[in-house]
Design a protein. Sequence first.
Length: 384
Amino acid sequence: MAVEFLPGNRLTLLRSGVEYFPALEAAIREARREIFLETYIYAGDATGERITKALCEAARRGVATHVLVDGFGSRDMPAQFVRELRDSGARLLVFRPEVWRFPFRRDRLRRMHRKIAVADARVAFVGGINVIDDMDTPRQKPPRYDYAVKIEGPLLGPIQESAVRLWNRIALARLEHAWRVSHPVPPHLARAGSQRAALAVRDNLRHRRDIEEAYLAAIASAQAEIIIASAYFFPGRRFRRALVGAAARSVRVVLLLQGRVEYVLLHYASHALYGRLLEAGIEIYEYQKSFMHVQHRSVQPDARARGERGGRGPPFRSGPARAAPRRHRARRPRGGEDPLVQAAPVEAHPELDRLRTRAPRDRHVRLRRAVLTGPALTSCLRRG
């Protein structure tokens, strides 16, 4: 199902929890009629306390407050938070609660990964940020680096509709029929800005491939540059072919991936894909500075777009097509170059040796494992 782009929106990029949670708290405080909050993780840290307090205060002043959490991601949600929410009058539902914690059950993978908030159908938040503190990164180097988008305008319609539909479905499954929402607050659909935007939903029923299809359509239309930032990169065959095809028609394809090991199997499975991508001329970077949770795609469909950056070079400046040495001193960028790569390649990937012997000498093969600072990553993702 093709996504529908709606004009007249105002979208505000929020960088990590330091910008997202103050904006979310303000929206909850200003709400007068209805709140929907969906999150995969609801942590028992200081951020969880802040959001719980704001939701409880809203419920006590008569706002219909709906909180939906995932049964696996939020399995450690403190019982105190649950009691406070329910005592205040807020309604809390759990998507697929963890009843049996047998680790090899296949249905454990059917999770609710959405991070959505809607307040009075006047403002919404969509992104990758859970209710968890930026510094709360078990076994990883903080802070967590992620994004959310604050949305005002006509796109509120499909966002609220999606939130209400999922809430009603889970309320029915949990036998909480009285909690179903039959008359939600009418969304505020007046123009709020000049940006076109669409909501792409993925589920295991009618929208199983909507997000993938939106990606593939954007990749197929690209003529200048594609930048994909993904913390968990293990695309299917169609997606890989689309990236290789874009590189073959001289589109610059850049992948920014998680450099730190979170899930061992996924980490090395992702590395197994590097060889074919590198051989096609795709640039790969791994973010090493801290824990990256970003899922982002930026496509420049027109070759003219690159010149609209005031004469500056493209992001992720790369060197010649050669294997990076195991140790290499950082060099300062030349005049006119973007200082986005804050460190030179730190280690050659073992896949390169295989590629150098197998690929023709004139093939454009490269791997860049670079350490990017938070501002550098932000600067890159905001382009296009």
